[in-house]
Design a protein around this ligand. Structure first.
Ligand code: NCD
Ligand code: ZN
Length: 447
């Protein structure tokens, strides 16, 4: 019996090295990685022309929107953007309309997504007001909970430490991680008031209103609470040296914490805001060059667990406004993350094994996504083929995302995802989407 597909003439990253081999896929899974003569016959054969073949990206921080925010992004446009960017699994954030915060809202999101997605999607939930509902949300399939400290999203009173602790314990008991957006609400509100009083409405004022102290204060608060619970806490988009140091110190003490960093915080600084304006506005904002340096040092030391795009699409009208206080923070990142990181590899700042660890292996471990994150026999056949030598310029007018702008526009990059396979099926070929809505699957918590 022939297998479904054989990818031949590839350079495959598997078990920590690159091998010249072929890869057989059967029933959505990797059947065998071996020299061509040792591979079974296949119904479909695809020549990868000697290109580098990697586990596709698992992006743990994506806002796919849809429902009442579909004007910004929907399950199809967002996952098409992912496919174009070599990402085959995104974990969807809960700050939606309606907010994902109970089994009912989660079920509805899954029902809608199932028919529309072209890659695999897992879901966060915000905390419900009644923590007794936590088990039912996990049963429904949420792979993690998301806690926003900058504003109330979900049912928790974000000024109440006891509630946080109860929430961490409820979720920790079930082994499910909690991802935290660590910016202190009070600090943000005070700083913003001060800036508005001074008549400021420029992007620099926004950065001042989101100071590193807000990130540090929230981070330290979570660490203290984390010490009292067994929950796995995951720090989202760590951006400042001071917050990073607090996280690393806690990790060094052996606490079960992990952290992620975004490409925009690694590749731009607050100085770039002058040039890019609100297109580069995000929460937390771009930081100083010293902060950026600290992120890179931690990355080089292997202290960062994961990279995440924090793909946060908004309309152009929501970005280009007169006053920065009316601008929506967020950068669409799904289609730029991998090219930007491949460019870092070409520049010698990152290795291929760093890339795979940070964007596939570790995200799969952190969020308990079994059978994913590496090219091993038996795993899901989620694969990206990259042309590591292809040079081109980022062009946001060609994005599949509805957010067709990017601070990275016109950046020269070297390295391009040229084929993306989801569950063994080719979904993107040379930048073109070749899959129908519904090709992707919903990935649920497996306990
Ligand atoms: C996020 C969004 O747009 O949903 N924006 C962002 O800048 N990261 C919300 C948020 O995380 O604050
Ligand atoms: Zn966020």
């Amino acid at each position: 019996m022939p297998v479904d597909t054989v990818l031949h003439n590839a350079k495959i990253y598997t078990r920590g090295r690159i091998v010249e081999a072929g890869l057989a896929i059967d029933e959505e899974r990797i059947f065998k990685i071996a020299k061509e003569t040792n591979l079974p016959p296949a119904s479909t054969k695809i020549d990868l022309k000697g290109n580098l073949t990697l586990p596709s990206l698992i992006d743990p921080h994506v806002h796919l929107r849809d429902q009442q925010l579909a004007y910004k992004e929907d399950f199809f446009s967002g996952t098409a953007a992912a496919a174009a960017g070599g990402v085959t699994l995104t974990i969807d954030m809960p700050n939606n309309k309606p907010v994902t915060m109970d089994s009912k809202s989660l079920r509805e999101r899954m029902r809608l997504a199932e028919k529309r997605v072209v890659i695999n999607v897992a879901f966060y939930s915000a905390f419900p007001e009644n923590l007794g509902e936590v088990p039912s949300i996990i049963e429904e399939g949420a792979v993690a909970f998301k806690l926003y400290m900058s504003q109330k999203i979900g049912g928790l009173d974000i000024d109440d430490d006891d509630m946080f602790l109860h929430a961490f314990n409820a979720v920790g008991k079930m082994g499910v991680p909690v991802a935290v957006h660590a910016e202190d609400r009070e600090t943000l509100e005070n700083m913003r008031r001060r800036m508005e009083k001074a008549g400021r409405k420029d992007v620099e004022a926004y950065v001042k209103a989101h100071p590193p102290q807000a990130e540090v204060k929230a981070t330290k608060r979570i660490i203290q609470l984390g010490k009292k619970s067994s929950a796995h806490l995951h720090f989202c988009h760590v951006s400042s040296a001071a917050a990073l140091n607090a996280v690393l110190e806690a990790k060094n003490m052996g606490l079960p914490f992990t952290c992620e960093v975004t490409p925009h915080h690694l590749l731009m600084s607050s100085e770039d805001l002058k040039r890019y304006g609100t297109l580069a506005l995000a929460d937390p904002p771009l930081r100083t060059k010293d902060d950026v340096k600290a992120l890179w040092t931690a990355l080089e030391h292997g202290s960062i667990d994961a990279l995440a795009s924090d793909h946060a699409p908004h309309t152009m009208e929501e970005k280009e406004v007169e006053s920065v206080w009316d601008a929506k923070p967020g950068i669409p990142g799904l289609e730029t993350m991998l090219p930007l990181l491949l460019t870092q590899i070409n520049d010698g700042r990152l290795t291929i094994s760093d890339l795979v660890r940070l964007t596939s292996e570790k995200p799969a471990q952190i969020f308990n996504l079994r059978g994913r994150g590496s090219l091993d026999e038996g795993n899901h056949a989620d694969i990206v083929v990259v042309d590591i030598n292809r040079e081109y310029k980022i062009d946001s007018s060609r994005f599949y995302s509805k957010a067709r702008y990017s601070p990275f526009d016109d950046w020269k990059v070297k390295g391009k995802p040229i084929k993306t396979f989801v569950n063994g099926q080719l979904v993107m070929d040379e930048g073109e989407l070749v899959a129908k809505p519904g090709t992707g699957q919903i990935v649920r918590w497996e306990g």
